[in-house]
Design a protein around this ligand. Structure first.
Ligand SMILES: [Zn+2]
Ligand SMILES: [Zn+2]
Length: 635
């Protein structure tokens, strides 16, 4: 009754939408602005952005024929050279560097030239829906445009300008060799990369650096509002490529180093009513958070990129969860609110019946705050993610404190497990308690059930028995259950063996139970012979000693199915969202995919898969009890 394949389909539909959204054209920013229209009275439409490039064109940079009016040694003349894109001065270049490079390359043989590591210059242009650009150069003397730089050409035919075409919206970079000409001979000099970027806003506070304009991973909406606790925040423009927009940014210093080359895109910077001269710096500027809301604007031609900077005085209540990246074992993170149902469930809930979560002090979502629990066997460091209630996927970087450690909303922190039973307060920057976390040690006796592997009409397992046992134990050892490697049993069966067909399943189970090595006090992982990709399933009774898995090994499956063998239902059934009679619909329940609980759904091949690593207090008792009953079963 698991059907992870349904999940895959649902997810990939979302993924399709994701890709569409991920073109991240500047229209995304427009959309973001519309959503905050009341704040910023933005009145434009997408056509503004479509023509943005023309608006920021330098009107003086008119094309005209090269007319060299300088004589060598005219030292007092102020000479400047630029690479231009569509006639706009995009990058200032040092002609001396070109000449120097030219003097090196002209002495090389053809063969040497082929292996010569050409220097690369990056020219950043504004990302837009446009795919074709004209690349050329400009010579400026004493502030006066003199036309194309005579030495710079874009091919051996001495072309003064060159059309480049980005093959698709998603292509972020095109390369073009730039040549240097002198009389009859032309030599390659530099490789010019034309890179499309979108403006964004970076922030820095308390050692944390990230961007303001981001995507909500759940709704795919662009968010340009952000809240900060504390009194000051540093902001600066940042320019991101298509792929950088879609990824977690790690190396900000490299990204900031391109600001200089992107400064030509920026006309002005404003924070609230105050204008900041962008020509001076695109570096960090520290701003005071005086108003509840202040708009930070980067002027790009006639358009602006806006971030709404909020000063947050009333910080949200928080919980701790396991992050998607955290596959550490040795502890369980039991959280209530990442899958909370607003305090009311309509069906019998194992969670509520056996809830051993403590409550304390204050109300959240109309009920007493439920303290998350960290279950562990041995003292150790644990990695926790601070999440708000209700949970947002792109929370503001608000700061809290646990003990003396400053922790940030939406980020992971590491903490050493204190002695059993300790409850720690999590306070906001103003000293109010906004959450707690309990540390509970598991001191149960050791249980050692045996897991056998069963294959049908083949001895091919596809994974080593010990690897399966290791993966299961990585999770079960925390509750002091240590699985042992049993036998490999091969069954020979006739017939079609249709998946989830009761008659065929009975055939398999009868053959297994009649096998000489079958023991009723052991467990059996049966690898389905001819169908794949369905995940796994166990007996609906939730107390049998076998489960079926797909042919391709997925380490998330056995731990989950053994949970079913030990009395656990799907997560959404056990928390009371749907009755057990409708457990087949669990695939459709979002909460089933949101949890990191073992009994949730995930698929390790999906990039946004949850690590299913956690058992909760209301499951641990039941699982251990059922395993005890099974291993003491009389043969
Ligand atoms: Zn299941
Ligand atoms: Zn995806």
């Amino acid at each position: 009754y698991d059907s992870p394949n349904l999940f895959v389909i649902a997810h990939e539909l979302g993924h399709g939408a994701f890709n569409l959204r991920h073109t991240f054209s500047p229209e995304s920013f427009i959309a973001a602005e519309r959503t905050t229209q009341n704040l910023m009275d933005y009145a434009g439409g997408t056509e503004l952005w479509a023509h943005q490039w023309e608006l920021i064109r330098d009107p003086q940079s008119v094309w005209f024929a090269w007319a060299q009016d300088e004589s060598e040694g005219e030292a007092s003349a102020n000479k400047e050279y630029f690479i231009t894109i569509d006639g706009v001065k995009a990058l200032k270049i040092k002609i001396e560097d070109l000449k120097k490079e030219f003097n090196i390359t002209r002495l090389l043989s053809n063969e040497e030239l082929q292996n010569y590591p050409y220097k690369t210059i990056q020219v950043y242009i504004l990302d837009s829906d446009k795919n074709d650009f004209k690349v050329s150069s400009l010579y400026v003397k004493n502030g006066e445009n003199k036309g194309v730089t005579s030495e710079i050409v874009w091919g051996i035919k001495n072309e003064k300008e060159k059309d480049i075409l980005f093959k698709a919206r998603s292509v972020e970079k095109e390369s073009l060799p730039m040549y240097f000409t002198s009389d009859a001979s032309t030599y390659p000099v530099f490789n010019v990369e034309i890179i499309r970027v979108s403006p964004n806003i970076a922030y820095k506070q308390g050692g944390s650096v990230n961007r303001v304009i981001r995507e909500d991973p759940r709704t795919f909406n662009i968010i340009n509002e952000i809240g900060f606790s504390g009194e000051k925040v540093s902001l600066r423009p940042i320019f991101l490529t298509y792929s950088e927009l879609n990824n977690k940014l790690l190396d900000f210093s490299t990204l900031f180093s391109r600001n200089e080359q992107c400064s030509y895109l920026v006309k002005n910077i404003k924070f609230g009513e105050k204008q900041y001269d962008s020509l001076l710096t695109l570096d960090w500027v520290e701003y005071s958070l005086i108003e509840d809301k202040t708009v930070y604007e980067i002027g790009i031609g006639e358009k602006v990129v806006k971030g709404v900077i909020k000063s947050v005085k009333d910080l949200p209540y928080i919980t701790v969860i396991r992050s998607k990246e955290n596959e550490e074992t040795g502890y369980y993170v039991e959280d209530y609110y990442s899958t909370a149902l607003g305090g009311s469930v309509t069906n019998p809930s194992l969670r509520d019946q056996n809830n051993s979560m403590k409550t304390d002090g204050f109300d959240v979502l109309g009920m007493a705050y439920k303290i998350p629990i960290i279950h562990y066997k041995n003292l150790r460091n644990v990695k926790l993610l601070l999440a708000d209630i209700p949970r947002s996927e792109s929370p503001s970087p608000l700061q809290y404190k646990i003990n003396e450690q400053t922790i940030e909303l939406g980020k992971e922190f590491t903490i050493q497990t204190p002695p059993n039973g300790t409850i720690l307060d999590i306070k906001d920057t103003y000293g109010s308690i906004k959450g707690k976390v309990e540390f509970r040690q598991i001191n149960e006796s050791l249980l050692t059930p045996v897991l056998n592997i069963v294959t049908i009409n083949t001895d091919e397992v596809g994974v080593s028995h010990s690897a399966v046992i290791n993966d299961i134990n990585a999770i079960y050892n925390t509750m002091n259950v240590s699985w042992k490697e049993g036998n490999h049993i091969m069954l020979k069966l006739e017939g079609a063996l249709r998946l989830k067909n009761d008659i065929d399943l009975k055939l398999i189970l009868d053959a297994l139970r009649n096998h000489q090595n079958y023991r009723a006090n052991q467990y059996y992982m049966i690898i389905w012979p001819n169908e794949d990709g369905f995940g796994g399933f166990a007996a609906p009774s939730l107390k049998d000693n076998w489960f079926i898995t797909q042919k391709t090994y997925d380490k998330r499956i056995p731990a989950h199915e053994l949970g079913h063998c030990s009395g656990l239902d799907e997560f959404v059934v056990n928390i009371g969202l749907i009755p057990a009679s409708r457990r087949g619909e669990s695939s459709d329940q979002r909460l089933q995919h949101m949890t990191t609980n073992i009994m949730g759904y995930s698929n390790q091949e999906l990039s946004d898969a949850n690590p299913l690593m956690d058992f909760y207090s209301w499951q641990i008792t039941l699982v251990r009890q059922q395993i005890s009953i099974r291993i003491n079963t009389v043969q």
